[in-house]
Design a protein around this ligand. Structure first.
Ligand code: ADP
Ligand code: MG
Length: 290
């Protein structure tokens, strides 16, 4: 098969691992920068022009679209879809997962447990917003933040007020969320391939840090998920129509709660922590479904 990885950086661990596993299984694997693709739209033969050739020989794509190039990257993925090329995640699902508010709305409709969340178009009545999520401390987060940047823990009403004011001044949209204290600065990441959990890790934030992101200095170790956690992860992936994704959860006193879903999950942390061959699972998924 001709497999294309849509990525800006061929040297990343995840990209390298997918190339390696694809080639081991006799596929031709190449990395293509989505920003260097021209999308050619016409009635008969939609196509993509890249450097000096038409990408009309591709059997399957693996989108690794970074948050900063969501718009253009998804347009390229959509074009491959128009050309009937198999993609491990659809352009529509990537777009949905990039908006924390839209994702949470869809997930709550699907009956997925999550920290209580309020979206406000800046209400001056901060007290009411805080009351909605059960009082301080609260989490305030940017709708489109990643890697823990743009997630703030406000311990008091005054702090929450200042943070909301600051974000509002920057015209940045935020959600206010119940703070799950019992999670103790840790979260769970379940890696889903073909709708099934193929590996899971617990990430613990560094000392004194409530954010468990590895980019913020957190560390990861393998964990065996409970039945409730497995079910939540798979249902959430299904609700957002992401057969391949990373599902993040918090362990709370009332069971697992969904935190967010990542349509381009990194493989380094999870393969390192679990010793599982996730890249191979992704290639096998393509072979099965193309
Ligand atoms: P990002 O997309 O930037 O990773 P997250 O929503 O995943 O944003 O938040 C980053 C981290 O902050 C999470 O991994 C978790 O450790 C912590 N966190 C986020 N929301 C909550 C919450 N409501 N209660 C407790 N901890 C939280
Ligand atoms: Mg996160």
């Amino acid at each position: 098969m001709n497999i294309v990885i849509l990525s800006r950086n061929p040297h990343l661990y995840s990209t390298q691992r997918l190339i390696e596993e694809g080639r081991k299984r006799q596929h031709k694997v190449e990395v293509i920068d989505p920003l260097k693709c021209d999308i050619i739209i016409e009635k008969e033969k939609p196509t993509i022009y890249y450097k000096d050739r038409y990408l009309d020989y591709v059997d399957a794509i693996i989108p690794r679209i970074g948050a900063s190039i969501t718009f253009y990257g998804c347009a390229v993925v959509r074009q491959f879809e128009m050309m009937n090329v198999f993609s491990i995640v659809s352009s529509g699902a990537i777009l949905r997962s990039r908006d924390k508010l839209k994702s949470l709305q869809l997930l709550s409709k699907a009956g997925i447990g999550m920290p209580k969340t309020v979206f406000t178009n800046y209400s001056r009545d901060v007290e009411e917003v805080i009351a909605h999520v059960g009082g301080v401390p609260v989490i305030i987060k940017l709708l489109e933040g990643t890697q823990g940047l743009g997630v703030v823990l406000a311990e008091t009403k005054n702090a929450a007020e200042s943070v909301l004011e600051a974000f509002n001044g920057l015209e940045a949209r935020v959600i206010v969320q119940e703070f799950i204290k019992e999670a103790k600065g840790a979260d769970l990441r379940a890696l889903i391939v073909d709708g099934q959990v193929v590996g899971a890790m617990k990430r613990q934030g560094k000392e004194g840090e409530f954010r468990s992101n590895l980019h913020r200095g957190g560390s990861a170790k393998i964990i065996k998920l409970s039945d409730a956690e497995l079910k939540l992860a798979m249902n959430a992936a299904k609700a957002l129509k992401l057969p391949v994704c990373g599902v993040d959860m918090l362990q709370s006193a009332r069971g697992p709660l969904l935190l967010e879903i990542n349509s381009t999950p990194g493989l380094e942390g999870i393969e390192g922590a679990t010793g599982r061959n996730i890249a191979k699972a992704i290639i096998t998924y393509i072979e099965k479904n193309r």
